[in-house]
Design a protein around this ligand. Sequence first.
Ligand SMILES: Nc1ncnc2c1ncn2[C@@H]1O[C@H](COP(=O)(O)OP(=O)(O)OP(=O)(O)O)[C@@H](O)[C@H]1O
Length: 328
Amino acid sequence: MSSLLHFSTPSPSSRLSSSSFRNSPSNSLLFTKSTLRSIRLPSISRRFNQNRLSLTANASSVVDSPTTSAVDSGGGSPKLLLEVKDLTAVIAESQLPILKGVNLVIYEGEVHAVMGKNGSGKSTFSKVLVGHPDYEVTGGSVVFKGENLLDMDPEERSLAGLFMSFQSPIAIPGVSNIDFLNMAYNARRKKLGLPELGPLEFYDFISRRLKIVKMDTNFLNRNVNEGFSGGERKRNEILQLAVLGADLAILDEIDSGLDVDALQDVAEAVNGLLTPKNSVLMITHYQRLLDYIKPSYVHIMEDGKIVKTGDSSLAQQLEKEGYKGISA
Ligand SMILES: Nc1ncnc2c1ncn2[C@@H]1O[C@H](COP(=O)(O)OP(=O)(O)OP(=O)(O)O)[C@@H](O)[C@H]1O
């Protein structure tokens, strides 16, 4: 288990390269290629296979996802979670402006949907929030839970409670899902000063999380996203969210590639993870997702800006009339 390293906040000199970011299955934890190569554990998945039948639930030693459970769940008015002011960003390589002054405020317990034509900047916005190195912020501010998000490394953002499910989750050959999730989960616990969960405790914990997303245990032993269908990858992203928890989950087109039953399962899983203390920012093209995950607000993005905000009726109007029918 000694190879479970590299999870502490990287120093500025060890900032992750853009290729390592792209090779991460989610921003929940960023693995450098060398980190991934260094995973030489007596594979947890193999041990689980051996021990599975003799497992007994040890619920008392298992806690909920740390970021969410660590948050005070007492009453009071909802707190400000994310405040984006006049955010502008360019593509790092070409310096082409994509975000041209995004403003958005999210409070705890809210679900925000961002819609907009292809190429309007929705994915760029979400990737800028998680610190994707393909983009450079050129102006504005982003405050997350009272902290300047733009000052944080991608890994710090994740450990602070930001999760992003990518539009096209990538595979990590040679790393099993359960090993990956166990390491990511323990990295978070370590960050929170909690003891790490051993393999058996983690297996018990993750088994319950698998039920939330209605995934078969076989997926635990398969390499991260390797050979997964598009829908299975999306479901696996939600499993990562269910395991790691998040104060703000950014879900980029989780509905794409899902059959109708899978869409319902994934939406139910997301709804099951929502509490009055956490929030979701989801990017979607279709009203159908919003039938299952009810948004507090719907935003329309156009040419790198949010040009209109409304309630779910805005998405219904869009479905009927298209973007031509929506005037800013
Ligand atoms: N890394 C990049 N390199 C070059 N161009 C990029 C890059 N990232 C984004 N763009 C361009 O920025 C614009 C916005 O892209 P983005 O993916 O944010 O749009 P979107 O609103 O999410 O679109 P869609 O609905 O089709 O997913 C597009 O013209 C895209 O080609």
